[in-house]
Each structure stands twice: as C-alpha cells, then as structure tokens.
Design a protein around this ligand. Structure first.
Ligand SMILES: [Zn+2]
Length: 168
C-alpha cells in the first residue's frame, strides 16, 4: 500500500501519484504513519473520539483551514473535522467508526463483496447449463447413430439373404 505523507492517505492501488495532491507516492505505508480515518462534524467527532478512547486507540483530529470561515459564512454545523489514526490500528478504528454509524463501509468493499461472487456464480451456472445441453445433444446423436447402424446391419443382412435366396 502506498502512502502520501502530505495528505496522510493510503492508496491501495499501485499508482504513481496521490490523486488528492498529485505528489509522487514514494513510499509504502509504515505502522506508525498517521492515516486519514474520516471527516465528520464537530458534534459527531466527539462521539467518534469517545468510541476510539474506549478502545484505547490513539488519534489526532484536525480542522481543515478553510472550515472556520466557511462555518461563519454558511452557519454550517457540519463543519469538518478530520480524524487521523496510526496505520497499525487503522482497520480497527475504521470498524469502530462503521460500528457507531459515523462512517459508511467503503462502496468498493461492499460492491466487491456483493458483485464478484454473483458474477462468478452466474458464469458457473451458464457453463454448467451449456455443458448439460451439449451432453444431451451428444447423447441424442449417439442414439440416432446407433439406430442407423442397426438399420444398416438389418437392411444389409436382408439384402444378402435375398441375394442368396435368389441364387437358388
Ligand atoms: Zn497527497
């Protein structure tokens, strides 16, 4: 997994540059690297922080620079707080955040879980169905061939018998 120290984000794909700041991703993630966990409101962040405290997970919160003025202008109570946790507890922190409803499971993850087995299953069924009908055709053809061979033998025998009878 690649890591952008500037944005403190993980990139699971093997890409050259951070999609947020476009800086080159030079190194892989290390255990103690702070990783972006989620963005939440000031109110909600207290709940998340309490849940992380309960589990003994260290975290850092940051208010993005643009936010205070944006809050004053728009009166938006959902002003963002960014929460960061060390990479070694990132997965656990993510589970906790999802558990208390502060975070949605990544769309990619759920899609992968739901979509992939379904397509494989479908392909398997199609494949099985195809080989089943193929087997049926082979069986019908071999039955017809068998009847033809018997008919040929019977007809041939009759012909030979008639021929012999004709000689006498
Ligand atoms: Zn970046």
């Amino acid at each position: 997994m690649r890591y952008c120290p500037r944005c403190q984000r993980i990139e699971e794909k093997e890409i050259e540059r951070c999609p947020v700041c476009h800086k080159q991703l030079k190194r892989n993630i290390e255990e103690n690297d702070p990783v972006f966990l989620l963005e939440t409101s000031i109110l909600e962040s207290e709940r998340v922080e309490a849940a992380l405290d309960d589990e003994g997970i260290p975290y850092a919160s940051r208010t993005p620079k643009k936010e205070p003025s944006a809050t004053i202008i728009t009166g938006n109570k959902n002003a963002g707080v960014y929460l960061y946790v060390p990479f070694q507890v990132w997965e656990k922190a993510k589970d906790i955040a999802i558990g208390i409803g502060a975070m949605q499971p990544a769309e990619e993850d759920t899609q992968q879980l739901q979509e992939k087995p379904r397509t494989i299953e479908k392909k398997g069924e199609e494949f099985e169905e195809m080989s089943r009908s193929k087997r049926l055709i082979v069986r019908i053809v071999s039955v017809i061939l068998f009847i033809l061979v018997i008919w040929a033998v019977v007809a041939g025998t009759d012909f030979v018998m008639n021929l012999i009878k004709g000689l006498w």
